[in-house]
Ligand binder design. Structure first.
Ligand SMILES: Nc1ncnc2c1ncn2[C@@H]1O[C@H](COP(=O)(O)OP(=O)(O)OP(=O)(O)O)[C@@H](O)[C@H]1O
Length: 228
């Protein structure tokens, strides 16, 4: 069953001779409970695609349907609410709030939504990603890999329908990067978390159950395999 559909998505940046076509007529359907990786050279449109899928960037053309919701016909305030409730995003830069502890950072999406954080679920996530003993630390007291795992727990805290991760290992050394990917995969397996991951790392891509390759803003291959 499809949870996310991108239909005829195009996006350009700039004007005239400086115009860049970042995405060119993308059609894509993501199944509930799948782990999909998007690969492609630098500049092929991966982040643009993820940002559009995540309700963060308005496409020039096309529709993004999350479950039955057409994201970009919604007013800004409603789109922000849908995003907070239904989409978790992990960025390359961890984007934690330095003045808040790990737990406060994780609870933030719920507080912004004026709802009570699901502490039982948050504790379960923290245990799975081996961050249970770090919840009262501040971001500056953590390694890069731990900060990224805290950002992952924050993204998962509202049990999002869709988890998006844009080069989550890009700022990390190999070992920390592997731990973050392991954490993503555990959460996929244990919570059946629908995940869409952008990476340059072909080894990581090979472990997902679908790999989509972008080139010059177009999908040039889409292969389905077994999740390792
Ligand atoms: N805000 C922007 N303003 C102007 N051009 C942009 C902007 N964002 C992206 N682009 C351009 O759109 C194209 C696609 O960029 P995008 O960041 O989606 O690629 P990417 O595949 O994620 O690259 P990377 O792997 O280097 O992160 C590139 O040519 C990029 O320069």
């Amino acid at each position: 069953m499809s949870i996310l559909k991108l239909e005829g998505i195009s996006k350009t940046f700039g004007k005239g001779t400086g115009m860049v076509t970042a995405l060119d007529g993308i059609n894509l359907s993501i199944d509930k409970g799948s782990f999909t990786t998007i690969i492609g050279r630098s500049g092929s449109g991966k982040s643009t695609l993820l940002n559009i899928a995540g309700g963060l960037l308005i496409p020039d053309k096309g529709q993004v349907i999350l479950e039955d919701i057409d994201l970009y016909v919604r007013k800004d305030k409603e789109l922000a609410r849908i995003r907070r409730k239904k989409i978790g995003i992990v960025f390359q830069a961890f984007n934690l709030i330095p003045e808040f502890t790990v737990l406060e950072n994780i609870c933030l999406p719920s507080y912004l939504d004026q709802s009570k954080p699901n502490m039982k679920f948050i504790d379960e996530v923290l245990e799975i990603i081996e961050m249970g003993d770090k919840k009262n630390k501040y971001p500056h007291e953590l390694s890069g890999g731990e900060q990224q795992r805290a950002a992952l727990a924050r993204a998962l805290s509202v049990k999002p329908d869709l988890l998006l991760a844009d080069e989550p290992t890009g700022n990390l050394d190999i070992k920390s990067g592997e731990q973050v990917i392991d954490a993503l995969q555990y959460c996929y397996r244990i919570f059946n978390q629908t995940t869409l991951l952008v990476t340059h790392n072909l080894e990581i891509a090979g472990q997902s159950n679908r790999v989509i390759t972008l080139q010059d803003g177009k999908i040039v291959s889409d292969s389905v395999g077994e999740m390792i």
